[in-house]
Design a protein around this ligand. Sequence first.
Ligand code: 5GP
Length: 189
Amino acid sequence: MEMLRRMILEKGRIIGDDILKTDSFLNHQIDPVLMDAIGQAFYHRFCDHGITKILTVEASGIAVAGATARLFGVPYIFAKKQNACNLDNEIYTSEIYSFTKKTTCTIRVAKEYLQSQDRVLVLDDFLANGQALLGLIEICKKAGATVLGCGIVIEKAFQGGAKKVEEKGIEVFSLVRIGRFENAKPVFL
Ligand code: 5GP
C-alpha cells in the first residue's frame, strides 16, 4: 500500500503521544482512489474465505467496508453507536471502551442482519488497543456467526490491539503497521 504510506507521511498529523489524524483522506474527507485501493487489498487477501457479510462500526469504518463489500458482492453492516430505536430485544450489543476519549459506548447490530450461518470479515480504519474489534467480534459471537478475519487500514502496533484479537485465533491483516512516532512522523514496520 505505497499510496497509503505516502498519504500518511504527506498528509497525516500526529496529535499528542498516540493519535494520527488522517481527516484529509480517510476519516472526514475521503480520497476515493485510495478507498478503491483499500477495498481491492482486502478483497485480494480474503476473497477465498467465503465471506457473506462485512461488519464495521460507525463512522469511519463505513467507507472502508463499502469499498470492500462492493468487490465481494456482499452486504456490509455498520454497528451503531446511537440507540436509534427501542427494539432492545432485537439487537446484539457490546460495550467498547475508548482509550482516546476515556469513555465507554454501546455498539448495536440488529439481529435480523447477522445470522449464525454468516461468515464475517470485520473491518475498521484504525487498530489501537483493540476494543472496537473485540466488541465487533463479541457481537458476531452472540449471533453465532463465524469471524474469518479482521482487516485494518492503519494499525498502531505499539498499542497492542492485534495481539488481543490474535489470541482469539482470529487473523488481523493490516495494510500498514506503525511501530512508533518519531520526530512527529510515523515509522512503519
Ligand atoms: P481501539 O478500539 O483499537 O483502541 O481503537 C480503534 C478505534 O478508535 C477506531 O475505530 C478509530 O476510529 C479510533 N482510533 C484509534 N486510534 C486512532 C488514531 O490514531 N486516529 C484516528 N483517526 N482514529 C483512531
